[in-house]
Structure formats: structure tokens, C-alpha cells
Design a protein around this ligand. Sequence first.
Ligand SMILES: NC(=O)c1ccc[n+]([C@@H]2O[C@H](COP(=O)([O-])OP(=O)(O)OC[C@H]3O[C@@H](n4cnc5c(N)ncnc54)[C@H](O)[C@@H]3O)[C@@H](O)[C@H]2O)c1
Length: 396
Amino acid sequence: MRVAIIGQGYVGLTIAMGAAGAEHSVIGFDVNEALVGRLNGGQSHIEGVSNLDLSGFISEGRYKSTSQAAELDGCDVVVIAVPTPLDEKRNPDLSYVHNAADLIAKHVKRPALIVNESTSYPGTLRKEIAARISGVDHWYASSPERVDPGNTQWGTKNTPRLIGGLTPAAVAKAREFYSSFCDSIIEVSSPEVAEAAKIFENTFRQVNIALVNEFAQIAHALGISGREVIEAAATKPYGFMPFNPGPGVGGHCIPVDPSYLAYVANIIGVPATFIQRANEVNLAMPAYVVKRVIAGNGGSIKGKKVIVVGVSYKSNVADTRETPAADVIDLLREQGAAVVWHDELVGQWRGESSSPLADADIAIVVSKHEGVSIGAIKGCGYVFDCTGSIDGVDGI
Ligand SMILES: NC(=O)c1ccc[n+]([C@@H]2O[C@H](COP(=O)([O-])OP(=O)(O)OC[C@H]3O[C@@H](n4cnc5c(N)ncnc54)[C@H](O)[C@@H]3O)[C@@H](O)[C@H]2O)c1
């Protein structure tokens, strides 16, 4: 099949590689021309896609990236994988999805399967995409992406794929496409069910992470280790699922997607109180970290040299979107600390560069990447670990 993927970010490029690996001819469309140039030069920008795989598919003629929208026409499948962030008021910003739909309306003149993989609230495929496209009888399906960047166990191939279509023919076409590179396809009765399932999965994580973050604070105040309690509770073979506390939630999904559900719930008059409370708890975690660091340093960190280790939102990825490290650093600086950060995966961030892991009074570990030396972290003197991966130091 000839396949176009709109958006060549974490999701779009991953899907492009999956489809190219299944012998489809893939066009990776992106409005970012610099990114298109790098991709066509065989340079991947995400951890899960190697330059070797990308270059291989390019040389075999199975992948090319473009910013030319005219190339979308004549494709059998067009997948939308564009950002779905929040606006300043923390409401859904569907402008990227609308732009992608408008591109399809303008350029895709032959009937195609149109699939939305971008995460959004139930009703997006029907009301925000299909309703904007007229004049051509496309097939429409929703297949929300569940990829977990950096996860080596679960990827595009072996993570079950949900499909909900506007018509049975759309579902059949989506099944044919995705079963060429995904092991397990799960059909649901409507696109709204598929969209809601994805958003509920991430809300489940957001709420449980908030719960464990609150519990970690209670355990600390009780003088016991929250992590030891969680480990003990997890020995129960049923009815308990462990989550780990941390400095807050980051990335494009967990801090964002639940607010899409809260938004639509609010419109239909059902208050999403768990989501609101979970947001409050998770967003307050950087302040809790800084409060504990101050307490662990005699009540003041003014003038202290602090190094924040790992500024991406989780270990072994370079993604800094919504990372709690940003608030941790800003709050430390408000307290008069001299703050630098160390993260060689990230390298450059907010106009600053990664500093060598040495020569600090205090180290705060926000994410722990493989290869980062625990010895070097401990060499900094006082250590506060948000990851639970360093023994014998202060932390959550
Ligand atoms: N990153 C993840 O782990 C993950 C996991 C599951 C689902 N999702 C969802 O997938 C969607 C995409 O996320 P992502 O992480 O790939 O985003 P991303 O920011 O990594 O990539 C999005 C890409 O889309 C491009 N783009 C924006 N508007 C465009 C347009 N009109 N036409 C063509 N390209 C356009 C951008 O230039 C960018 O390269 C979001 O809805 C996200 O919530 C992400």
C-alpha cells in the first residue's frame, strides 16, 4: 500500500518505520522542513528508530519524508499523528489536528483510509476530522497510539492495537493495514470507544501516580519508607498494582491526556474530580522535592551549588516535554541556590547545556539514565533521589 503519515514525531516516525518494514511505500509528511531534511539524510531524532533502519528503508525506496502536501494524494492510507497539547488555560488545543484534516480536505482527492492516531477526546474523529472533509468518500477510523518511548519490551508490533471505525468498511481497511505490522488488532464498536479507551488508560496512570505521590508524603511523615510499603503491598497476588512515586509527571501524555477527558466531561456536565485532584498532587511534587531538600540541608540552600541529574521526564529518553525538572530547577533558584543540570542525552535545554556531574554540594536525581554513575552522584555530598534507584540516600 502507499501510506502517508502526517507528523513525523515520536508516534508518526515509529508508525512509518513499522509500515515500511511491512513492505508498504511510506511518505512521512511533516511541516518541519528541517526535520524532513534530516530524516531524508537518514538521521532519526527519536530513540526507538535507528539511523540504520531509517537509511535502509530510504535506500530501498520504502520511505521518504516530505513537506509537499500534494504528495498525500493517491495514498491508500493517511495516518494523522500530530500533537494534541493543552492551551494556556489547560484546555485541548486541536489546532494541529484541524490543520491535518484541512490538508487532507485540500489535497487527498482520491478515496483513502484516514486514520487518527493522535490522542484526543471521544468524538474527535467524527466531529473534528471527518466533518471537516467533504467531497470525497473516505473511510475513517480511530486507532489511538499507545507507544511508550524507550520501552524495549512493548512496541508497535506487540502492543495490541485498538481500532474503531465510522463504518464496517473503514474497520476492515484499518484491520488490513495495521495487521501487516501489528500482532494483535482489537476492534471496538465505535471510534469514540477507541478514543476514550486510550484517554482512560492514561487517566488511570495519572490518578494512580498522584495517589502514590500523596502516599509517599504520608509515609515519609510517618517515618517509614513509602517504597518499602509499596513493595510489601505488591506481594499480594491480586487486587493491587504497584506504581512508583516521583517528582511529578512529564511527557506528552500523562500530564496532558486526562485534561482532554476532564474537558469533555465538563461539557457534558459530569465533574472529573479525580483528574483535577490528581493534577494538583502531581503538579505540587516539584515543590515537595525542594521542601525536602531544604529540610535535608539545615533549612536553607541559599548559595549552595546544586546539580539536577536527568532532566528528561523519564529515564533513558531525551524528551523534556512537561518534565518536572523544569519546576524543580526554577524553585531551587528561587531559594537562592546556584543550579546546573547534568543530562548528556538531552545535551541542550532552555538555552543551557548539560554540566559535568561533579563539584556540587547537592545532587537531585530527577531521572536516572543508564550509564550515569551512582558513584559520581554520591560524590556530590547530599543526594536526593526521586527515582528509587540509589540506596542509602534521601529521596522519595
Ligand atoms: N510521544 C508519545 O509517547 C505518544 C504516545 C502515544 C500517543 N501520543 C500522541 O500522538 C500524537 C503525536 O505525538 P508525538 O509525540 O508524535 O508528537 P511530536 O511533537 O513528537 O511530533 C509531532 C510532529 O507533527 C508535526 N506536525 C505538526 N503539525 C503538522 C501538520 N499540520 N502537518 C504535518 N506535520 C505536522 C510536527 O512538526 C512534529 O514533527 C499526540 O496526540 C500524542 O498525544 C504520543
